[in-house]
Design a protein around this ligand. Structure first.
Ligand code: GRF
Length: 208
């Protein structure tokens, strides 16, 4: 196993994405260590899951800060203090301003094929509802580099799946989540191995 990369995982919700990373690491299938979990609110499933796994948790609630800059300073201060070299958003709902030393080192996973069905307010069940309402035949997930706008940064990888005629938001969410469980660890491994290079809007993946 190569040297593990130190991750800071930022979560605002139930923590299924965080749990997947915890499980992959425990199974020896992802060369990473979670140095810190930042919970966007105190009473969330993600914080419980992190504590249950014995991980350090810091609650940083955006409501206690004057603006995005002050909030981001606090978040990235904690990330630096934990000596994390990659930040993984995992169901994180707050806008961040990415500081220069973390440009290209913050990733997000979104449960749709961006740039469709992303942006402010597009999270959780709402995404799958919108995909079904629009009559899409395909959905999937996107792992991307985070910039200063919601769901906007350069795309690292995408995985697609069919939308079935009788899908509910829940059944579609389950199908997409299966894709997410492989896609996020895969993108983290590409980053760890130094194989990602951002060129404008495009991410170039170097051969293994
Ligand atoms: C996932 O669908 C992921 O794509 C998104 O948040 C969802 C998971 O939330 N960004 P959580 O990890 O259960 O809180």
């Amino acid at each position: 196993m190569p040297d593990p990369i130190r991750l800071a995982v930022l979560a605002s919700g139930g923590g299924s994405t965080l749990q997947n990373l915890i499980d992959r690491i425990a199974a020896g299938r992802l060369a990473a260590a979670i140095a810190l979990v930042i919970a966007g609110r105190p009473e969330i499933g993600a914080a419980d899951r992190a504590r249950a796994a014995g991980l350090p948790v810091e609650v940083i609630d955006a409501r206690g800060f004057a603006d995005v800059d002050a909030f981001s300073d606090r978040v990235f201060g904690a990330v630096r203090a934990a000596d994390a070299s990659l930040v993984c958003l995992a169901g994180w709902l707050r806008l961040l301003r990415v500081p220069p030393d973390f440009a290209g080192r913050v990733l997000n996973i979104h449960p749709a094929l961006l740039p469709a069905f992303g942006g402010r307010g597009m999270y959780g069940r709402r995404v799958h509802e919108a995909v079904i309402a629009h009559g899409c035949r395909l959905s999937g997930c996107t792992v991307h580099v985070v910039d200063d706008a919601y769901d906007n940064g350069p795309i690292i990888l995408q995985r697609a799946c069919p939308v079935a005629p009788d899908d509910t938001p829940e059944s579609l969410a389950r199908r997409v989540f299966c894709l997410e469980c492989d896609a996020y660890p895969e993108a983290i491994e590409l980053f760890r191995a130094g194989r990602l290079r951002v060129e404008g809007r495009r991410v170039v993946i170097a051969p293994a």
